[in-house]
Design a protein around this ligand. Sequence first.
Ligand code: FES
Length: 107
Amino acid sequence: MVNIIYVEPSGHRKTIDVEDGWSLMQGAIANGVDGIVGECGGSCACGTCHCYVEESRLGDIPPPEAAEEDMLDTVAAQLRPTSRLACQIKTTAGLAGLVVILPETQG
Ligand code: FES
């Protein structure tokens, strides 16, 4: 299990133990986190799992592949340097304590 802190659009923080190897999107959906939709089920085809990753931890996460970058251009909320798709980030022990901020809207 990997401890992840989700910040919902309301500002409410939810600390969740996510299964190793699950995506941040799967961990959020399975635990009823507000502010994430995951319409395509994690196949990088909808952009409704947009999140902002804690800036100081960006280096702990592999950079986005081209498909993720393309899909990030379609997200509903403001795109920021810390924007990622939660379905494309797999939890590993190295991500323990990561703060993931959910945007106001997913579309
Ligand atoms: S769940 Fe659809 S792009 Fe992430």
